[in-house]
Design a binder for this molecule. Sequence first.
Ligand code: 5RP
Length: 293
Amino acid sequence: MADKVGNIRAKNYYTDVPFAQNQFYVKGMDHVDWGMKNRLAQIFNPKSKNTVMLAFDHGYIMGSTFGLERLDLAIPPLVEDIDVLMATRGGLRAAIPPHYNKGIALRCSAGSCVLNDDMSHEVIGVDIEDAIRMNASCMAVQVFVGADGQTSSIDNLVKTIDAGNRYGIPTLGVIAVGKQMERTTKYFLLATRMVAEFGAQIIKTYYCKDFEKITAACPVPIVLAGGKKLPEDEALTMCYKAISEGARGVDMGRNIFQAEDQKAMTKAVAHIVHNGYTDTQAYEFYCDMKGKC
Ligand code: 5RP
């Protein structure tokens, strides 16, 4: 207990100075609780207000894929240049050292497309207690608007949002694009707005034409989904365009861990997201750094 002996009587009350009116810097999050804001601040850098998420939860969808054959070797060298790891609980527990102290986007939906290539019938794969145990900064749930399993995926999302709201853990709504689903601006405008209105605090979606309309119309931050592997210059251009058009970050997997130099690519992406690099500057940086990281 603080020792009362020697306490100095309070005297400066700054009665002419209004109390701190901290406008919280994450879009649409002014009215959430302190704990949720603190977790959002683990995700979105307070200076740039953006985030670089490295996704390596692919194993639950496609098994081992090029670049992720060994999670324990592929991911740890890249964490110094990212803000958040997006992963399954199994991947994190098995392959990431517990002294890792940055953000965790815990993949909480679970399913399989083995039977009929339809991933839309997922379940909630992690209960809230394990998300808390894993120190999740947010919980990620895939939503399949327009697919056969859309209703069950929305049910997974809203149940996760409700549980997260009880404990101050934000939910990341991942806009899925199954094989039979469209990838148009009209679809993404609808799906992102729907998932935000259901209560997700962060939305992850793909780049498309008129992307600035999607980020403007969404009341919470949009994070760009990387998608399939592109040539490094094209991936950096996509990243630059998305940030320029209002995305508050990127969540990339294959375009980082399948790059020719994964570390140089991570750094190049971070320069666009946090340091205002153009795609040209970032690609020049990537080419200079290739093989030297
Ligand atoms: C699938 C996903 C996966 O979680 C993963 O993040 C995909 O990463 P990338 O497409 O950048 O390889 O979001 O919907």
